[in-house]
Design a protein around this ligand. Structure first.
Ligand code: FES
Length: 80
């Protein structure tokens, strides 16, 4: 069974990503290394979402974990 994700924070995490690097966004909300996966999802039925940075940029990773556009913030946190 899939658990409900928890919200470590109700706003996005702004991260400067590096070109060519792959990131794993925490989808369950339990990672201690937000907004990225640290393996805490094990047993929850939730998996992290990969993000490939094509260029160096500032990325808004969803912190509420309820976005419809994972791993990016889509504004859903404002309605929670
Ligand atoms: S932080 Fe989740 S939608 Fe904005």
């Amino acid at each position: 069974m899939t658990e409900e994700s928890i919200s470590p924070q109700m706003s996005p995490y702004v991260v400067s990503v590096e070109a060519g690097k792959k990131y794993f966004w925490c989808a369950c909300g339990k990672s201690a290394k937000q907004p990225f996966c640290d393996g805490s999802h094990k047993g929850s039925g939730i998996s992290p979402v990969a993000y490939n940075a094509e260029k160096a940029a500032q990325v808004y990773f969803c912190g509420c974990k309820k976005t419809q556009k994972a791993p990016l913030c889509d504004g859903t946190h404002k309605k929670l």
